[in-house]
Write a protein that binds this ligand. Structure first.
Ligand SMILES: Cc1ncc(COP(=O)(O)O)c(C=O)c1O
Length: 310
């Protein structure tokens, strides 16, 4: 069969295929540690599962607003204020089927043929392929242990061209675990101020999986004046062990959120109604499960093989 060229320009997600292989081996009773998909080893907390069940019984099983239900948007607004001191309105939020889908929508809504996206490496595998699918070019800026696998202001400055549309900052980073400090983000912010055409996509999906007394910080927390050109990407997958529920979201400029919602209206429509209700409970409900699961070593929670973030 003749397939579109774009299919051959990308790879199937390697983390998902490694994950499928690890799960198949586990099903055969083999003790495997999977370094594929980033999947917490605890179950979705009971209160969140209960909210999903209630949503089914209450009939939240129909089409919903494409960009997310108002109660979920309000829960996201409260979370952003509570955790990061950042203020957003409903029209500055777009809910999709996971952070991956959110990042995809961003790439589709922003990138034109010939546009460049700066991706510090080592990077999460889907970033470059999403850029390719949108017709853009990834500018990979490799880092190493001398900078704790973080991009420096000089590297960022060098990578920016008139064609740069955005830079992706992923902190804590998959796969390196590197986490940018406020001072490091402030220094990157100084470079970005010199290049007002460059947007920033801040992938904060691992913000809760942070250790050793480190404080989470993202670009708008360090540089409030850059909030207008930063798109925060987050979701409930990692913090609440809801990888299969598929809820992610972006917070950013209203025009872009509208464009992403418009693109989504011609693909998936709304993210699953039931999962949205569960995500409201995740964000608004008790947060102790998150800190308990982070604190307690995996082996003390589960007797079986464990899956680590890859
Ligand atoms: C860095 C990073 N961003 C985004 C995602 C996607 O998360 P979600 O399950 O919400 O689509 C992942 C998942 O592994 C990830 O590692």
């Amino acid at each position: 069969m003749k397939l579109a060229d774009r299919v051959n320009k990308i790879q199937p997600s390697p983390t998902l295929s490694i994950d499928a292989k690890a799960k198949a081996l586990k099903a055969q009773g083999i003790d495997v540690i999977g370094f594929g998909a980033g999947e917490p080893d605890f179950d979705t907390p009971a209160n969140i599962k209960e909210a999903g069940k209630k949503a089914i019984d209450a009939g939240f099983t129909k089409y919903m607003p494409v960009g997310g239900a108002d109660d979920l948007k309000d829960a996201i607004i409260s979370k952003m204020k509570r955790d990061h001191g950042l203020e957003y309105t409903r029209d500055e939020i777009s809910v999709a089927c996971g952070a991956k889908h959110t990042l995809y929508n961003i790439s589709q809504a922003i990138i034109q043929e010939g546009d460049e996206v700066i991706i510090p490496g080592p990077y999460w595998v889907s970033y470059p392929d999403q850029v390719v699918l949108a017709g853009g070019t990834s500018v990979l800026v490799m880092t190493d242990e001398t900078t704790a696998f973080k991009i420096t202001p000089a590297q960022l400055e060098k990578a920016i061209t008139p064609n740069t549309r955005y830079v992706i900052l992923n902190s804590p980073c998959n796969p390196t675990g590197s986490t940018y400090t406020k001072a490091e983000l402030t220094a990157l912010g100084e470079v970005l101020r010199r290049h007002p055409h460059v947007l920033v996509v801040s992938d904060d999906i691992y913000e809760k999986l942070i250790y050793d007394g480190l404080q989470f910080c993202n670009l708008p927390m360090a540089c409030p004046d850059l909030k207008d050109r930063t798109i925060i990407v987050n979701g409930v997958s990692k913090a609440y062990s809801m990888t299969g529920w598929r809820i992610g979201y972006a917070c950013g400029p209203k025009e872009l959120m509208g464009a992403m919602t418009k693109m989504q209206s011609q693909s998936t429509s709304n993210a699953t109604s039931i999962a949205q209700k569960a995500a409201v409970e995740a964000l608004n409900g008790p947060q102790n499960a998150v800190s308990e699961c982070r604190r307690c070593p995996p082996n003390s929670r589960s007797a079986g093989p464990i899956s680590l973030i890859g």
